[in-house]
Structures are given as structure tokens and as C-alpha cells.
Design a protein around this ligand. Structure first.
Ligand code: BGC
Length: 343
């Protein structure tokens, strides 16, 4: 069974390689100089400040209905960011043989090229964490097919393009993740031996689960990611997808709140130093229903604390909810933007 899956995956990869040679994507000049491998540490320094984009945009279903356009890449760069994390829910764009839709690839190529042209680092984050948390067997097949195709497709992309194996492993994936990640990493390494790959711990990339994360010692092109939404009672107040968080009016900013944040990041830094793995804080933020002054205080404190600890970061998110950009007024959501990027 495993052999036949591997064979099927290799066939997919060969197909992807062939189509790539027959007119795959071409890229603007690489960010930061020649196309040579970047150490994970240098990449984290280069990543600096970032933002999550495109995860919930209609562009993937129908490019004509896009909210996010190529011009937003320049806006993001000029707004003080160095990195975007593109959230890809790609499983729904696969056919019955798990081949990715060419139109989906065309949209992604357009976005990756626009980001590189705007001098942004680009993370391709596979964001089907719901499916993967429910059905690990199905996830192994689809995630493997995804990385076989995407890694081959972008094998000639500059090092500014990074791969994130899976957003927020959770539930059923929690006990399987160390074996799944090794397989996915091996798949990526067939075509991308030195590209930096981003991998996080179980329980939704929780800082308290870093000790369970098992990474291959010999692979130094790995950046470890965590997400930070603590305390959930504050950051997710009124969020409909966490039904128990009905409370509103929860504030943030006391000395105890700030000490808790610092202590949590101290622990992440201690893990990072002990394991020689640089850290990317891939998501943080506070949902739009919280009191604005507390959201601003929190957003600014988390960003500054991450920087003080040497972590690159990406805010959740550009559009949709927790917004830092207002699509209606075509301008920054100033309080949140100013909190993230101080003048
Ligand atoms: C999910 C979003 C959610 C956010 C904060 C992300 O990983 O994709 O749907 O809004 O986390 O909870």
C-alpha cells in the first residue's frame, strides 16, 4: 500500500517536473542577491515583519472575484513588512487523483511573482488543518501529493520562497505529526535540498508543545513556527468559530498580562537556543470584537516582544477578519497598522 502511494506520488512529481520544464514559472531577480541557499537563521533575520494573506479570498474559486490584487504586495512592502505568509487551502483544488488544478497554480504563480517583485519573502503555508486534524490517513495522501507537486513546481524559486508543511496540526494529527512531518519533509527534499522549511508543534502550533516536536538533527534548513493567541479569553472574545468565547469587554495590558507574555516568549527562546532552531511567530492577533485600545496594546506588545526575542513574525491577518488593511476604504486599518509598524 505504502509502496503504491509512493509510486503514485513519484509519478505526480515527474509530471509536475515535466510541466515545469515545459514552461513553468519564471521569477524576477532573487531577493537579497544571488540564488544561493540561506541559512535558517539568516532567513529569519531577512523575514522580519510579516502578514498573513489570501487565505479566505474568493480569488481561489474565481480570479475575477479577487479582493486581493498584485498591487497589494507593493502596499504591504511600503507599509513596512518584509514577508507574506500565503494561506493555501489547496485540497479543494485537487482532482480525484490529487492533482492540483492548473488554474490554482496560475493564480499562485501570479501572487508569488508579484510578492518577489515587491521584495517580499513568501511563505507557502498549507492550511488544510481542519481536514488533517480529522482524518490523518486522508491527510497523509493529500498533503504528500500537495508537497510533491508544489515543491517540484517551485524548485527554482529564489530562497525568499519558503514552504510551511502544515498550519496548526491538531486533534487526530497530534499523535501522528512527528511521523507525518518526516514524510512531508522527505518529499520536499527530493527537489528542494536546501530551501528553508517551516514546521511547528502540535496543538495548533502551541508554544507549550515545542518539546514534543521531533525534527531530523541533520537538516538545518528548518525554521520552527509557533502561534500565539494567549490568553484566548481576550484574543478570541466573540469569535463565532470558538463558541465558548461568548464573553465581551475583556481587556489586556496589565503588568501581569505583559509579564505572562514575556515569560512565554522567554520559554520559546530557551527552547530555540537549546535546539539551535530559529523561530517564526507565524500568527498572532486579537479578534475585531475586543476593545480596540486593548487590541492595539496587545498587538504592539506581542510584535515588540517577538522582535526582542529574535523571532520573525507574521500578523493574522491582512483582510477578512482581525484586519490590518481595510479593503472598503483602500487604506491601512491605522490603529492596528501603527501597533505593528511603529513610526
Ligand atoms: C485560522 C483562522 C482563524 C485564526 C485565528 C487561523 O489559523 O485559519 O480561521 O481565524 O487562526 O483563530
Amino acid at each position: 500500500m505504502l509502496k503504491s502511494i509512493l509510486f503514485a506520488l513519484s509519478a505526480v512529481a515527474l509530471g509536475a517536473c515535466t510541466s515545469m520544464q515545459a514552461g513553468g514559472p519564471s521569477y524576477p531577480p532573487p531577493l537579497g542577491g544571488p540564488n544561493i541557499p540561506l541559512s535558517a537563521e539568516d532567513q529569519v533575520r531577512q523575514m522580519g515583519r510579516g502578514v498573513n494573506v489570501l487565505g479566505y479570498d474568493p480569488i481561489w474559486q474565481d480570479p475575477a472575484r479577487a479582493r486581493f490584487h498584485e498591487r497589494h504586495m507593493g502596499i504591504i512592502h511600503d507599509g513596512g513588512f518584509q514577508t507574506i505568509r500565503i494561506n493555501l487551502q489547496a485540497f479543494r483544488h485537487m482532482d480525484a487523483n490529487n492533482n492540483l488544478d492548473p488554474q490554482w497554480f496560475a493564480t499562485l504563480d501570479r501572487m508569488v511573482n508579484a510578492a518577489l517583485a515587491a521584495h517580499l519573502n513568501v511563505i507557502l503555508d498549507e492550511h488544510d488543518y481542519g481536514v488533517c486534524g480529522e482524518d490523518v490517513a486522508a491527510c497523509r495522501v493529500k498533503l504528500g501529493a500537495f508537497w510533491m507537486q508544489v515543491a517540484a513546481h517551485y524548485q527554482n524559486a529564489p530562497p525568499a520562497v519558503m514552504f510551511e508543511l502544515l498550519n496548526e496540526p491538531n486533534h487526530a494529527m497530534d499523535t501522528e505529526w512527528n511521523s507525518v512531518l518526516i514524510n512531508m519533509l522527505a518529499t520536499v527534499r527530493i527537489t528542494n535540498p536546501t530551501r528553508n522549511v517551516i514546521i511547528g508543534p502540535v496543538f495548533w502550533n502551541n508554544i507549550n508543545n515545542l518539546d514534543q516536536l521531533q525534527l531530523p538533527d541533520g537538516d538545518r534548513h528548518i525554521i520552527v513556527t509557533v502561534h500565539y493567541y494567549l490568553p484566548m479569553e481576550f484574543t478570541h472574545q466573540g469569535a463565532p468559530w470558538v463558541p465558548e468565547m461568548t464573553q465581551l469587554g475583556v481587556t489586556w495590558g496589565s503588568d501581569a498580562d505583559r509579564a505572562f507574555l514575556k515569560n512565554n516568549f522567554d520559554r520559546v527562546k530557551a527552547w530555540s537556543d537549546a535546539h539551535h532552531r530559529p523561530i517564526f511567530l507565524g500568527e498572532f492577533g486579537a479578534y475585531d470584537k475586543g476593545p480596540l485600545d486593548s487590541r492595539v496594546a496587545y498587538t504592539s506588545a506581542v510584535a515588540r516582544e517577538a522582535e526582542a526575542h529574535g523571532f520573525a513574525w507574521a500578523y493574522w491577518q491582512f483582510d477578512s477578519d482581525f484586519v490590518v488593511w481595510n479593503m472598503d476604504t483602500d487604506s491601512w486599518n491605522a490603529p492596528i497598522h501603527d501597533a505593528l509598524i511603529p513610526h
